[in-house]
Write a protein that binds this ligand. Structure first.
Ligand code: MRU
Length: 314
């Protein structure tokens, strides 16, 4: 990091691959809030490097440094990774900018290693649950864009493709910002994985009609009781999967497991306001929802498989 944090601007994909070089914490906070950088693990890494940036920019101004760290920590409220990444790296501030940067690099490297571990473990589980020619439905974007490399749920999808046991993917479009239609479809296309996009409301019907063998998606926060917070629309897919008797699998790194949050009803759900939904009316726009633990078959992390359907808890 030479005085800037570099990100791929996810707001302009798939039309354009644009790299943003962010030289200030306010610019990074704006990038986080506009979803130029998004996805729980990527937010943790962005927050970590944001603190490293702040440590360089405000080396001689402790009050400005503290304010910058505070702004980063609260830039978005729901994914636990952001606040966690910020706080972890900020703990090194008394040791100076070099120590802070080294810790930020460790946060990034751990997420990279976590993606690889989740892909292997998740693929083993999906073969066990869905068989050797599975058609999977996924929601939002959980690929390399959301997790630095490879991804969480989408990393598992890619691993299944490499093992030759994937029979197709449905990416639900993910209203209103279309992370599925724009980002997941783009990543699957680059990986050469056969896929189709479906409107969000089609998911449960496609499951009922027998066109899906399992649902696999990510999380922004996993609560101590197993409740899963993820992109709005996750809960409907979980209900559809339960009704159709399909496995519903969540893939997320340990950095997304938040044992300090007892259950989903106390998680702050970001409300992104009307403009993203419709110009014609006031809208209600919760960016995330809570999927109760009893609808989740299993959670795969980089260290374990938690079988909620067998009574296990995070
Ligand atoms: O609002 P976003 O796009 O940041 O929401 C992201 C999601 O909900 C993802 O599904 C989740 O972070 C898992 S990312 C690996």
């Amino acid at each position: 990091m030479d005085g800037a944090v570099e990100i791929i601007d996810q707001t302009v994909l798939p039309k354009e691959v644009r790299i943003l070089r962010l030289h200030t914490v306010p610019a990074l906070v704006t990038a986080i809030q506009s979803l130029a950088v998004r996805g729980a693990p990527a937010l943790g890494v962005a927050g970590a490097f944001g603190v490293a940036l702040a440590a360089q920019v405000h080396a001689d101004d402790p009050a400005a440094l503290a304010a910058a760290v505070e702004r980063l920590e609260h830039a978005r409220p729901t994914a636990v990774n952001l606040a966690r990444g910020v706080r972890r790296v900020a703990a090194l501030l008394p040791q100076g900018p070099a120590a802070v940067l080294a810790e930020a690099c460790r946060v990034r490297d751990e997420e990279i290693a976590a993606s690889e571990a989740m892909a292997r473990r998740g693929a083993d589980l999906m073969i066990e649950l869905c068989g050797k020619r599975s058609r999977l439905l996924t929601h939002c974007n959980t690929g390399a864009l959301a997790a630095v490399v490879l991804g969480t749920a989408l990393g598992v999808v890619r691993e299944l493709h490499h093992r030759g046991v994937l029979a197709g993917v449905i990416a639900s479009e993910t209203r209103p910002l279309l992370q599925g239609a724009r980002l997941t479809a783009w990543e699957l296309g680059r990986w050469g994985i056969e896929h189709r996009v479906a409107v969000d409301s089609a998911g449960p019907f496609l499951m009922a009609r027998g066109e899906v063998d399992g649902v696999i998606l990510g999380a922004d926060r996993i609560c101590a009781n197993g409740d899963v917070i993820n992109k709005i629309g996750t809960y409907s897919h979980a209900l559809g999967a339960r009704r159709a008797g399909l496995p519903f699998v969540v893939v997320a790194p340990e950095s997304t497991v938040d044992l300090n949050t007892p259950s989903g009803d106390v998680v702050p759900i970001e409300d992104r306001g009307s403009a993203e939904v419709t110009p014609w009316s006031e809208a209600v726009n919760p960016a995330f929802d809570v999927t109760p633990r009893d609808l989740v078959t299993a959670i795969v992390t980089d260290r374990r498989v938690i079988r909620l359907d067998q009574g296990e808890r995070p």
